[in-house]
Design a protein around this ligand. Structure first.
Ligand code: ZN
Length: 637
């Protein structure tokens, strides 16, 4: 017999080898119909798999990450079955699920086109309609080898050859389509009701450019047609909001072939960047941080000492000065350590919080570069907090409160994850336990939900990751709070305690925007370029109704607004008023201010808010008071 334990604490006994399907049925038929698989002792399994030992079992649905994994993995096999029917003789390499769907790498003389994808989709529907089950079979390794050799499935043969000789090989059969696969899979493919094949790309076998280039077909699938529709709409909306496209249209930044991964910021982009930085600086001064600036280039010894030389070299750029080796900093920490070390500290001074908007360079492969999302040089909103072990919890709480304050200004929701001790780590178990507990308590005392990522911490300490959710529901990993036991050791940081003895401080690294450049990219897409007034590069366009009659007076009003700290642009082109209003709206300027005879006579302005049809009349003083309040409060649109 085996004992199965459920998340609610219930336990049940079953015959050894009981199928997960039957375990589900023992709870209810409805549950068995609705779940896609289960997590059994932390391993994801399909319902057609047996339980061989005492186990914690948690059934999963499509809404669970594990459920999606099973669903998309099966969809990939379904796609392969369809491809084999349509294009016999095609050779299959690997077909996994990803975070956002699935793909299969295939080797074929036929060059796949978008029209083929439609045909394959239709065939997949056909197969789903046949109501087949994904049957799991285990056979000895040699039999499996023979089977795939007969079919000249060279990629599968290569994979099997690398498995241990005595291992049983798992195959999944879908009708007459047999595939080598460890699973897990859906029990039946009927659940795959909505499929969209998205694109075709080249991919080397095993990611090695010395190997043959295969064709990779990407797809995504859902249980319901309406979820697919929602997804397709989201993709289209995301395309419209692409920050590279908007960055160009709104004249914010560009990336030129002279510097791949090194963005150029234009005046309007710099306004946004500076606003983000000024906002950040104000908050950090209030929170008692000291701002520092450490050099971009520091000598090789420092990077040996910090461990970057051994662990991070591939991502670093190097240079020589006076025939000595130097590195361009990929992180700000070592510089910050040197600032802390430059004088002795007493326990009374702690915590010491050093903040730095540090410009770092990191080498990324050219293929991985993507607008502002993945660059080779960026500004980290870094800070290092040096503290007593007893201060960890309160400091983490303060950082979390600050993060909350920043994210809510942009209307981001967020999720918190705590990552614990990995297998290969440094520092005593006691240190880890205390630090991890402090992180958990800090988050709990703030009343936040969190997820634990067991064993996912950095080797130097546990951490909190904060994942933002943008206006389209997409997740972005931005904030991170990482405790570090290693760096204070390596740099021999000390403070003098109340008994006049030297002690090691605890240190944490933290960033809230993450990278300001990337955060800007996220904001551009989050707002679709419609920045709230405080961030908008131009806050109001001034439009004289008649250039000959009104220009001079509007010029005077422009000066007044500028003196009030409002970013305005006077449209002095010889164009019609309607055209000027439209162009200002295309540039997503929050306010269009129109001045004609009546307004100039009465000292008023006709105000149109971007995205609204109606206009309202108010005195210029009223407008100034209104927009200044909006800027000061960082109001959302
Ligand atoms: Zn750091």
């Amino acid at each position: 017999m085996v004992e199965v334990r459920f998340p609610n604490g219930d336990k049940k006994e079953f015959e050894q080898g009981v199928l997960l399907l039957d375990v589900a049925k023992s709870i209810s038929e409805g549950l068995a119909r609705n779940v896609l698989g289960a997590v059994v002792n932390e391993e994801i399994k399909g319902l057609q798999e047996p339980v061989m030992e005492d186990a914690d079992v948690r059934f999963v649905k499509f809404d669970d990450d594990e459920g999606k994994q099973i669903f998309w993995h099966s969809s990939s096999h379904l796609m392969a079955a369809a491809i084999e029917k349509l294009y016999p003789g095609v050779k299959f390499a690997i077909g996994p699920s990803t975070d956002s769907g699935f793909y299969y790498d295939i080797d074929s003389d036929h060059v796949f086109t978008p029209e083929d994808l439609e045909k394959i989709e239709a065939k997949m529907k056909d197969i789903v309609g046949q109501g087949l089950e994904l049957e799991r079979v285990e056979i000895p390794r040699n039999e499996a080898l023979d089977l795939f050799k007969d079919r000249e499935d060279i990629y599968k043969v290569e994979i099997i050859s690398e498995l241990p000789e005595d291992e049983l090989i798992t195959l999944y059969k879908l009708g007459d389509f047999v595939d080598l696969c460890r699973g897990p899979h859906l029990l039946d493919v009927k659940k795959i009701k909505a499929v969209k094949l998205l694109s075709i790309a080249g991919a080397y076998w095993r990611g090695d450019e010395k190997n043959k280039m295969l064709q990779r077909i990407y797809g995504v699938s859902f249980e319901k047609q309406k979820d697919l529709k929602k997804y397709v709409n989201m993709i289209e909306e995301a395309k419209k909001r692409d920050h590279r496209k908007l960055g160009k249209e709104l004249d914010l930044f560009s990336i030129k072939e002279e510097g791949p991964g090194f963005p150029f910021f234009y005046p309007k982009g710099m306004i946004i960047k500076n606003e983000l930085e000024d906002f950040w600086k104000g908050l950090h001064i209030r929170e008692g941080y000291g701002e520092i600036k450490t050099p971009l280039i520091l000598n090789e010894d420092l990077w040996h000492r910090s461990g970057h030389w051994d662990h991070y070299q591939e991502n670093m750029y190097f240079t020589q000065i006076d025939e000595e080796d130097y590195a361009i900093k990929p992180m700000n920490c070592p510089g910050s350590m040197l600032v802390y070390k430059s004088k002795p500290h007493s326990y009374r001074e702690l915590p010491i919080k050093l903040a730095e908007l540090g410009f770092v360079h990191r080498h990324e492969l050219s293929g991985a570069l993507h607008g502002l999302f993945r660059v080779r040089a960026f500004t980290q909103d870094d800070a290092h907090i040096f503290m007593l072990p007893s201060q960890i919890k309160d400091e983490v709480k303060d950082v979390m409160r600050l993060a909350d304050e920043i994210y809510s200004v942009f209307g981001f929701k967020y999720r918190v994850e705590i990552s614990t001790k990995p297998e290969d780590s440094m520092g005593s178990q006691e240190d880890w336990d205390r630090a991890t507990e402090a992180l958990e308590e800090a988050v709990e005392e703030l009343g936040l939900d969190y997820k634990i990522n067991e064993g996912d911490g950095a080797f130097y300490g546990p951490k909190i990751d904060i994942q933002l959710e943008d206006s389209m529901g997409r997740p972005w990993q931005c904030g991170t709070i990482q405790l570090d036991f290693q760096m204070p050791e390596r740099f021999e940081l000390t403070y003098i305690d109340e008994n006049n003895e030297k002690q090691r401080p605890v240190m944490l690294h933290r960033a809230l925007y993450g990278s300001i450049e990337r955060f800007m990219g996220i904001l551009i897409e989050h707002y679709a370029g419609n920045f709230p007034v405080w961030l908008a590069p131009v806050q109001a366009t001034l439009i004289p109704v008649n250039m000959d009659l009104h220009f001079d007076q509007v010029r005077e009003i422009e000066k007044r607004l500028v003196a009030e700290g409002i970013r305005v642009e006077l449209d002095s082109r010889e164009e019609k008023m309607g055209r000027k209003i439209r162009d200002s709206q295309i540039m997503k300027v929050p306010y269009q201010l129109v001045f004609g005879d009546k307004e100039l006579e009465e000292g008023t302005v006709s105000v149109r808010r971007h995205g609204e049809k109606k206009t309202s009349e108010m005195s210029i003083d009223e407008f100034i008071a209104q927009i200044k309040r909006e800027i000061k409060d960082k109001e959302q649109n």
